[in-house]
Design a protein around this ligand. Sequence first.
Ligand code: ADP
Length: 636
Amino acid sequence: MAEEKMQFKAEIQQLLSMMIHSVYSNNEIFVRELAANAADAIDKARFESLTDASKVRDWEIRFTADKDAKTLAITDNGIGMSREELIKNIGTIAYSGTKAFMAAMEKAKEEGKAATPELIGQFGVGFYSAFMAADKVRIDTRKAGEDKAWSWTSDGLGEFTIDESDKAEIGTTITMYLKDDFAEYLDYWRISSVIRKYSDYIEYPIRMKHTVKNGDVETEEDSTLNSMKAIWLRNESDVKEEEYDAFYQHVSMDYGKPARRILFNAEGVTEFKSLLFFSGHMPFQFRFGEKTNKGVHLYVRRVFITDNCPGLLPEYMGFVSGVVDSSDLPLNVSRETLQDNPMIARINKSLTHRIFSELSKMMDKDRENYEVFYREFSRMLKEGVHMDYANRSKLQDLLLFESMNNPAGKLISLKEYSDAMPATQKAIYYISGDSRDALEQSPQLEMLRKQGYDVLFLLEPVDEFVLGDLGKYAEKDLASVSKGDVKFDEVVQKELDEKTKKAGEESKDLVEYLKKTLEDRVKDVRFTGRLTESPCCLVSDANDPTLNMQRLMRAMDKNAPVVKRILELNMDNSLIKAMKRLHERNAEDPALKEYAEMLYDQAVVAEGGELRDPVKFAKRTASLMAAAIEKELSAD
Ligand code: ADP
């Protein structure tokens, strides 16, 4: 077959332009990315060799520098690629990661942060980082069982060329024609230091030949650059922090430090060794809405099996990454049926148990770091409340919220709330909305504040669903203050009940009038004990969704119904008293209707809601002001 020119897929071309034209401070990472690809290719070949002994080779990754030609090559004897795979994998398939990576880089730029090419591996497009260092890249590859080898060549500018290759050995060689200012990567010591920094844990030898001068005598040596030790089998005291961090970055798709490291060896019913991390940052894939099970790599007696084993951990534990090395599973375990293997379920149980205990330990003993972690990953724990009924009681204790009686930014747990409750308080109260500032002004909180009750502020959209799922905590109801009744301690409650009952009787006509006038908007009108200052507020009926919940439901489904709420009145408020008198004087007074409308509107405004007709509200307010000013002037 003659050589053939092909076009890069548009997104990939954009990515390549970005690689070629930007200057990155952390450009050494291309070495790491290519070494990781080489190790993956060997993982795949080794996995096949588990069931086919003829495929066993002396696994190796090798760097070769040619100082005259200014080329750096990396060779692996892994799986290799067929012609189709070569075309598909490199240049034409645009993984979702391509766009996501570029978006992340753009975002960093907009925010004035340094570009972070080290993220490239996270997005599954690591190969293209070769173009940071090279103005031409050539791939030669041969797949086991195929009679031909293939080459791929490109300068990264629009096209690549596919041709036959004379590569004899199975595996892949990637040759980089280095840019002038990348000549340092021809140097053994430079490559060696990058490998030790990022790729030391790779289990196959990464070798490079180099010349050693001894006096006048030059000899060529072949050295292994990485220690190849399975980091999870080493004593914690023998491993440097940087080594753990590099390994964490390899498994987690994160670029920083982990929030916590757990070295955990299980013995007994299931035996495995594991090195786990809680992520420091939300992986970008999650931000872009993708889900992966890829955090935890499964090994069987030091042999890599898969980095995607559904069922190894609950799905919502996407914040965990690391390695589990089992001694129970058979080496030739099939990846397809792995999920149904009872051994996996047992490992899952044991890991989950340990992860919960680490999370609660972190919350108790290392609160500051837990809160940093929580702010990043609370969404996943909340998802857990919804999905993992069996572990709900553990999950609920890991949740944190802001609250009315604590300063902004301070988070408390349900237990802390419940421990601080006055003995007479019956329920755990919450209110939900977008911003703390708006919630703090809510009229619904007035009496609770006066009684010294605390109220949780639910600021995340999912929170109300989560507390709804829980229903109760420590035998106490979780109750929204914008819904149904709020119950105070017996003495206070008795007094309030009597007062509201009396007010209701005395103002029956006004209440009826308001109900009729506002009937298209409110379900009911009644007096309440929950207000101390404001004239009125809106609350949902006990079994109806709150305003916030309704908003969320409408965001998901435009046709979700609007559920009418109850207008509650404050019997001690002068406006309500004045309206009562006006109504008694002349129930037909057209001004009264205007006031009724405004009363409703300002209840909506008070809770930060949207008015149906803001222009009308503004006009009414203006005309009221004009009347008030004129009255004041005429009194002179
Ligand atoms: P990733 O490795 O994250 O999937 P890359 O852009 O680095 O993304 O590589 C794309 C694909 O090219 C890989 O998934 C793999 O199938 C193939 N590939 C890259 N390097 C090699 C290699 N050394 N040997 C075999 N296949 C490779």
